[in-house]
Design a protein around this ligand. Structure first.
Ligand code: GLY
Length: 330
């Protein structure tokens, strides 16, 4: 390559990197004879989500991402699959109710411009993530709760539905026999959190849950709170959590993960440090499980959990896979 051509290629790469905001992944050897430009590959599109129900959700998200769609649309459509599945008892329709037999749902969405929308303790709406998106896009607010959220949804054309399936009702009636109030002892089946990076290099995230089964009516967990259950900063990356929301809320979990990535940690390292922050405080929750997933601007993804059993679904390089996360405690 002639010196002039080398210079042009170098400049073009540097300009592209600058345009993409890739400062942190751009490095240059200053050897005068041999100027080497190294740009780490930005892998995209990518979508990551929590638990095995993430596989089907990723498929729906991938349809949008692989046709150059927007990450925001991908995460919304992705988690709607989980919300709509009556067999998933921790999210949306079919979610286990609170101790009064009421199915109350929490959801949050964030786009690439730090816009956020959420609903908490909403009843009778099968896809709360879409109400959260509407809150984000059509109101000057971030969060609507309870009756106000339901009223807003109905006014905007959402259908009022009974979300308590036969299966969930039966489980609740079984629980009522003892009414043993030990609401934080679930594992392996929980919130769906999803982060996507689209072909334009933009990140978005969504998180939706029916929360902890048999909770006190009105209890709201981490999932609808930006910075707790979900956080996306398009300059850095996004993170989402699953597990005992109270522990996540006390440590501002997803925000912490994103800030750790900003400070140079890989997604997995960042998730591990956020888990360790919880463990350091020796929080007294029964059978504590919390897990994080994270995806950075380069398309690198990872997850980490308090204990064994957490899996996340990662769709990247054309493959949708379930991955066993590393963990701190057995
Ligand atoms: N992470 C879901 C919840 O605690 O509600």
């Amino acid at each position: 390559m002639t010196t002039r051509r080398k210079f042009l290629v170098s400049s073009a790469l540097a300009t592209t990197a600058a345009m993409l905001g890739m400062k942190s992944i751009f490095s240059r050897s200053e050897t005068p004879e041999k100027k080497v430009i190294k740009i780490n590959t930005v892998r995209k599109p990518v979508v990551i989500s929590t638990w095995d129900h993430g596989i089907a959700a990723n498929e729906a998200a991938w349809k949008i991402l692989s046709t150059n769609g927007r990450a925001l649309d991908a995460v919304e459509q992705g988690v709607r699959v989980t919300e709509s599945d009556p067999n998933i008892t921790s999210v949306g329709y079919g979610g286990l109710p609170d101790r009064d037999g009421r199915v109350t749902l929490d959801a949050c969405i964030m786009d690439e411009n730090l816009n956020a929308g959420s609903v908490a303790c909403i009843e009778h709406i099968k896809n709360p993530i879409s109400v959260a998106r509407l809150v984000m896009e059509k109101t000057p607010h971030v969060m609507l709760v309870g009756d106000g959220a339901l009223q807003f949804a109905l006014q905007n054309g959402f259908k009022r539905e009974n979300l308590l399936t036969k299966k969930s009702k039966k489980a609740w009636e079984e629980w009522l026999k003892t009414s043993h109030y030990k609401p934080v002892d679930r594992n392996n089946h929980d919130t769906i959190g999803m982060i996507a990076l689209d072909n334009n290099g933009n990140l978005s995230g969504a998180c939706t849950t029916s929360g902890i089964a048999w909770k006190i009516h009105g209890r709201v967990g981490d999932s609808p709170i930006p910075g707790d259950g979900l956080y996306v900063d398009n300059e850095v990356g996004g993170a989402a959590s699953t597990g005992v929301g109270e522990a996540v809320m006390r440590t501002c979990g997803s925000y912490f993960v994103v800030e750790l990535m900003r400070a140079g940690k890989s997604p997995e390292e960042a998730c591990k440090l956020a888990v360790e922050r919880i463990l350091k405080w020796n929080m007294k929750y029964n059978d504590l499980q919390v897990a994080y997933i994270a995806l950075n601007k380069n398309g690198e993804a990872g997850g980490y959990a308090v204990k064994k059993g957490f899996q996340y679904a990662l769709y990247a390089d054309g493959k949708n896979q379930l991955i066993d996360a590393k963990y701190s405690e057995s």
